[in-house]
Write a protein that binds this ligand. Structure first.
Ligand code: HEM
Length: 573
């Protein structure tokens, strides 16, 4: 990993922080192993079943189908019966964007569902491509016989023993509903609320269903119902003389085997799709970086995210500083001096964090920096230093030695002057970009993208020219351009701003539109200046040797050092 990696950063954020940039938390819809308020259904069960039904039409011989979001267009089929499916789909709708496809969100949903109910953490890869219409049918149904089920799983790429395991791993969450299978579950008095027969006696993702099946106490309707046409679990589980079920009787074997098979399940994709490497949690992350104009002043914003222990506040003594270099002028790239500031705000919010992160005992603390910037000097690169104030050496985070560089400052997004008006469903936006006043751009334009659409409409994906906006007085070295974007069905518009100057196109990529005019902003911090000789600047030899020394110091404690020194003195004498 090397910053900036916009796609990795975006996927990592949803998977581990559990939320979008506006803190709307997908994780807290399901976590901790919640029931849906209206129907009392297990939300995790609905999300996991949704993922499987999307995968279930995969054909391994011609490489078609799989986790591609086509299920959104197939919910009127009998094989996908139930309000649980529709509810899951509407939970997922708000979280897809340019870097996370709708099918990637479904896979995140499966990971959250299992982890949230105490199951294993399914390793996650992204890069799924969405189908924008229905595919062939072929999801297994309970009235089908064993040879049909065996063939269906073979077509999906799973052998008979994997079929048993996958069904057992799925049928530990949730159960069967009266509204969908009235012959298996008798309806209650209110016809709009389902009655449930659960697969086992616990809401958790555990092997209780298997233990109860093996010891004969199971109430799983797909095993024990008197109408044996519908007892598909019974036929499947006993198809190898219960050998596979017995192999899952230990909870560690269950957990490990389900993690492997569910990972294969969510990675079952059309053959043209190439998934990324596994997305792992970044212990130190730099995000929300950019220049903008707030209160008529050019400011630079960046956030440093560190991990902290879940449920425990981050070290209050900790001193976090951001350092940066000028981009222009005599002192560019920190020739003589380095500027620095402390955070404008610190955020730590445990409750909304992803179950994947809280399961490993972690959460995040974010140090938000906002600093004023002189437009004639601008900013070329920045980095951070964290001093725990506990006697240990401060640690420098400088992107592996180079510092984090700001790619360009010719075009920037100005959310504080941009606005949106709410429509019945989506929004209309007036987007404002600022271009350096010294430039004469041949063209200023914006590419907008929204994949979080109502009614599974195709994404909004369009490019608009931006016009010089003379109603906005040039400010702090920048002139303003505007464009109006209509997004009547979308819920997560992002914009890439471009300006063409002398045949070169400069881009400010993937800007969110959650916080526009009237959103609260932090006032900029005070800026300090020190001589570049007195601090570590990225790329200098001083920097790399200091980094190595830090590592050594961290890995050996004081006692070890004393011991090593004695040995050295002894050997030398
Ligand atoms: C032969 C294969 C399968 C058959 C015939 C089957 C059948 C069913 C049926 C009839 C229900 C009840 C649905 C309702 O009442 O709305 C159900 C629920 C469920 N299935 Fe399957 N299933 C199969 C495989 C799987 C697999 C492989 C998974 C996931 C790995 C899975 C996950 C679930 C989950 C989580 C539920 C509970 C849904 C809820 O409570 O909302 N199923 N299944």
């Amino acid at each position: 990993y090397r910053w900036p990696s916009p796609q990795y950063d975006a996927v990592e954020a949803l998977l581990y922080e559990g939320s979008r940039a506006d803190r709307s938390s997908m994780a807290s819809l399901v976590h901790p192993c919640k029931l849906r308020p209206r129907t009392k259904a297990s939300i995790a069960a609905e999300w996991l079943r949704f993922a499987y039904h999307d995968v279930a039409t995969h054909n391994i011989s011609d490489g078609t189908g799989g986790l591609d979001g086509s299920l959104a267009y197939e919910l009127d089929r009998a094989e996908n019966v139930g309000d649980g499916m529709k509810d899951a789909l509407s939970d997922f709708r708000f979280y897809s964007h340019k870097y996370i496809s709708r099918s990637d969100v479904i896979a995140v949903g499966a990971t959250f569902a299992v982890a949230s109910c105490g199951g294993p953490i399914i390793p996650y890869r992204s890069g799924r491509i969405d189908a924008l219409g229905p595919g062939p049918s072929g999801v297994p149904q309970p009235h089908q016989d064993l040879p049909t089920h065996t063939d269906i799983f073979q077509r999906q790429g799973f052998n008979p023993s994997e079929m048993i395991t996958l069904v057992a791993c799925g049928h530990t969450l949730g159960g069967v509903r009266s509204l969908d299978f009235p012959t298996l579950v008798a309806p209650g008095s209110d016809p709009s609320i389902p009655n449930f027969k659960l697969f086992d006696s616990t809401p958790e993702f555990d092997n209780t269903m298997i233990v109860q099946y093996l010891n004969g106490s199971t109430k799983n309707p797909l095993v024990v119902d008197s109408n044996t046409t519908l007892t598909s679990d019974s036929r499947i589980f006993s198809s190898d003389g219960n050998q596979t079920m017995q192999s899952l009787a230990s909870s560690s074997a269950f957990s490990q085997t389900c993690a492997n098979l569910l990972e294969r399940m969510v990675n079952t994709v059309p053959q043209s799709v190439v998934l990324t490497e596994e997305v792992t949690l970044l212990p130190v992350k730099v995000l929300d970086v950019g220049l903008t104009i707030e209160h008529r002043i050019l400011v630079f914003k960046a956030t440093l995210r560190l991990t902290k222990q879940f449920g425990v506040a981050a070290n209050k003594q900790r001193l976090v500083k951001m350092f940066w270099c000028d981009r222009y002028g005599q002192d560019r790239d920190c020739g003589q001096t380095v500027k620095f500031a402390q955070p404008a705000a610190v955020n730590q919010d445990d409750h909304a964090v992803s179950p994947v992160t809280s399961r490993v005992g972690l959460s995040f603390v974010k140090y938000n920096f906002v600093v004023p910037v002189d437009p004639s000097l601008s900013l070329s690169k920045f980095w951070f230093q964290v001093d725990e104030k506990n006697g240990s050496e401060p640690i420098t985070y400088d992107n592996g030695g180079d510092g984090y560089s700001l790619e360009q400052d010719n075009i920037i997004f100005v959310p504080s002057l941009s606005g949106s008006s709410l429509l019945q469903d989506g929004n209309n936006y007036t987007l404002i970009a600022a271009v350096r006043a010294s430039l004469a751009p041949a063209r200023v334009f914006v590419s907008v993208f929204d994949n979080a659409m109502s009614d599974n409409l195709p994404p909004l994906n369009t490019t608009l020219d931006m016009a010089l906006d003379s109603s906005l007085v040039p400010t702090d070295g920048y002139t303003f351009y505007s464009a109006v974007v209509e997004d009547p069905s979308g819920h997560q518009l992002t914009a890439d701003f471009h300006c063409e100057v002398d045949g070169v196109t400069y881009t400010e990529d993937f800007q969110p539109t959650f916080f526009l005019q009237n959103s609260p902003t932090s006032s900029p911090s005070d800026v300090g200046v020190i001589s570049s000789n007195s601090t570590i600047t990225p790329g200098s030899s001083k920097s790399s040797s200091t980094t190595i020394r830090h590592r050594l110091l961290r890995s050996l404690d004081l006692w070890t050092w004393t011991f090593v020194s004695y040995i050295l003195i002894y050997v030398l004498l």
